[in-house]
Ligand binder design. Sequence first.
Ligand SMILES: [Zn+2]
Length: 287
Amino acid sequence: MPLVTGDFILQHARKNNYAVCAFNVENMEMVQAVVSAAEETGSPVIIQTSANTVKYAHMDYYYAMVQAALKHADVPVALHLDHGDSRDLAIQAIRSGYTSVMIDASKQSFEDNMKETKNVVDVCKPIGVSIEAELGNVGGKVGDQEYGAAGYTKPNEAKEFVEKTGTTSLAVAIGTVHGVYAGEPNLDLELLAELRNTVDVPLVLHGASGLSEHDIKQCVEHGISKINYATELRIAFTEAVKEYFTIEKDFVDPKKFTGHARSIVKQVAIEKMEMCGSINRASTMNI
Ligand SMILES: [Zn+2]
């Protein structure tokens, strides 16, 4: 099945009150694990690469790997640039074949964030590429930058932001942080519900790695349509490789440990899809 846009998947999720998992991938095995999890569970899914990941390998590689996986799978998949930080990077993603891009100018002033987002929307919208922008501050580490306490998204600003920029989805700050949680997350679900009722585009949750199943379900119930998982999949892959080296010492074939890690990542992806409620949703989409 060919790639679909992020909007196609997210609009369906918003309308039907579930969330789509967006998994950050780093290599071929993670792409295979995510697509295989999606296919096995009939779950639409978003595969994404961060701005750091595409410094490691060009977006052309990730696009080609996802396309190869989709030759053998029949499930709706969108390919998304996560935490893009410039119009130039968005254009590169579009040229590589990505169907969705994020422009994250959330660390800039409200006005500058709007301006930067609008610049990317103007490039993407006419050619049907989906856009995710971010408003408010999700704490933690993005790329090489470390951010402190979260600044929650304000509903009145969110409304103005979406109307003026035309972004097709919005990442909101409701108390999550990127990376691994040091303490208990302090989620503002009332604020989330208000945001859901104030803006008419799908809402995105960053910093979900480490949230409990209860928290995830609450976020979905209160209006989140896309949940990003980066850290947890990286940990799953890396821990599986380390584990393999403790069990098997006498081998030379890299496929042994990457294959083991691939099967673990697939299991984690399926667990997340179950939590988000995206299982068996693919068959109800009009493709
Ligand atoms: Zn993020």
